[in-house]
Design a protein around this ligand. Structure first.
Ligand SMILES: Cc1cc2nc3c(=O)[nH]c(=O)nc-3n(C[C@H](O)[C@H](O)[C@H](O)COP(=O)(O)OP(=O)(O)OC[C@H]3O[C@@H](n4cnc5c(N)ncnc54)[C@H](O)[C@@H]3O)c2cc1C
Length: 386
């Protein structure tokens, strides 16, 4: 897109967002316009639309913020296009969404701001977005969704379950990737989960899921999923492990179930034959949050290329935890403190390729602490946070 188009799109969107109640008004009006013009599209969305509005704002804001860096935004849009195959969207749907976007923006901007040039700039931007998404979706070879039958559901903590599923057909994915899943009790509420194991010939995949208080889907998975349930699983996304450069040491930092995409890569590492020197910091709020430590410890004992360092914010488990938990004998001492600070103070991590996985706040804080300690931001990788 040319600089003038980019600038018109950015400034008009910023002006609408900056007006009182602007962002909320945008998301509310957009869906009202869309559903009024195309009531048949409503059934593609969940019953409760609040989260959906949030997501729309984040996605539109993310794309517009990055219009100046086309490589980043085009690759994100291509992934989004592939992911949207799970909704069975057609060219007509994309057209309807584009028109609703233009109508909403024009209404909120008012005649002074919404000139013919601004409208044309938005139409060009929308055409680029739609073309990028549809071309990527058309080029994707696999099916839009896989069916996974739950074959094992294990509550390893009160609020954390490990779920294994057998897929109906092989799914090629890279360790470190994630997928969008839909569970039967929460129709149309797709959520991202990271593979906790590399692909296997028996088509079995594993996810680690933590209950988010007040969440729609994670409590249903941790508390209500049963063997025999069938989930829908969309195409794999993300490139967390792909950014590791040959010959560079690797630093991995995980909080809670953020360990999933990292352990998938670690399990796969010996198969690759080129084992980068790896430090893994596994953190949590309490010691019992380090639920996967035994496996990581076993891997580090057989793989001298791997050092695992446990870290928790609190020294002891909470009073209400009735289980048993022990750091394996002879393992690295558990460090106490907030994980970003613990890692940044542990060593000099410049010249490492770094992966950070956890809640959005943990990723932001860890990135900030590492950069304050001299690490280049380009060396720090994480998945999209929402
Ligand atoms: C790339 C990616 C990979 C992911 N992989 C995993 C994974 O392997 N395992 C896993 O358990 N989860 C993972 N997640 C998070 C998961 O997709 C859901 O967001 C999470 O399970 C909450 O869904 P929910 O429906 O229960 O909550 P929602 O109904 O979506 O949200 C309810 C409320 O909780 C807030 N909220 C959502 N998530 C969190 C959070 N993590 N911490 C605090 N507040 C939150 C929301 O902002 C909202 O206010 C991943 C997310 C992304 C973006």
């Amino acid at each position: 897109m040319d600089p003038q188009t980019t600038s018109l799109v950015k400034t008009s969107f910023t002006s609408i967002g900056a007006s009182p109640g602007g962002e909320n008004a945008f998301a509310r009006s957009f869906y009202a316009v869309l559903f009024a013009a195309h009531p048949e599209i409503r059934h593609y969305f969940p019953a409760a639309m609040d989260m959906q509005r949030d997501r729309l704002m984040r996605a539109v804001g993310y794309v517009i913020d990055r219009l100046d860096t086309p490589a980043t935004v085009l690759s994100l849009l291509a992934q989004l296009g592939c992911d949207h195959r799970k909704y069975d969207v057609t060219e007509e749907h994309y057209g309807a969404v584009g028109e609703a976007l233009v109508t909403t923006l024009a209404g909120l901007a008012g005649p002074e701001l919404w000139t013919d040039e601004t409208e044309q700039a938005w139409r060009n931007a929308i055409a680029l977005i739609v073309t990028t998404m549809t071309e990527a979706a058309d080029a994707e070879p696999g099916p839009p969704t896989w069916v996974g039958a739950v074959i094992d559901h294990r509550r390893v903590l009160d609020d954390l379950a490990i779920v294994r599923l057998e897929l109906d057909q092989p799914m090629p994915y890279a360790p470190g990737q994630y997928v969008s899943v839909q569970v039967p009790s929460r129709p149309r509420m797709w959520r991202y989960l990271s593979f906790a194991t590399p692909p296997t010939s028996d088509r079995i995949v594993e996810f680690h899921v933590r209950r988010v208080s007040g969440g729609w889907v994670s409590p249903a998975i941790t508390g209500e999923a049963h063997v025999g349930d069938t989930w829908l699983i969309a195409s794999p996304l993300g490139a967390l492990g792909a950014r590791q450069r040959p010959g560079r040491s690797r630093l991995m930092i995980a909080e809670g179930t953020g360990i999933a995409p990292l352990r998938a890569q670690l399990i796969d590492t010996p198969r690759l034959g080129d084992n980068p020197r790896t430090h893994l910091f596994f953190g949590g709020t309490y010691p019992h949050d380090l639920y996967d430590l035994d496996l990581l410890w076993a891997m580090s004992r057989t793989g001298p290329w791997l050092t695992v360092v446990p870290a928790t914010e609190n020294s002891d488990n909470p009073w209400w935890f009735s289980g048993t938990f022990q750091i394996p004998d002879a393992m690295h001492d558990r460090l106490v403190g907030q994980i970003g600070g613990v890692v940044a103070e542990y060593a000099d991590w410049t010249d490492h390729d770094i992966q950070v996985v956890g809640s959005p706040s943990m990723v932001h804080t860890t990135k900030y602490r590492l950069m304050a300690a001299g690490v280049e931001s380009d060396d720090i990788h994480h998945d999209p946070l929402y």
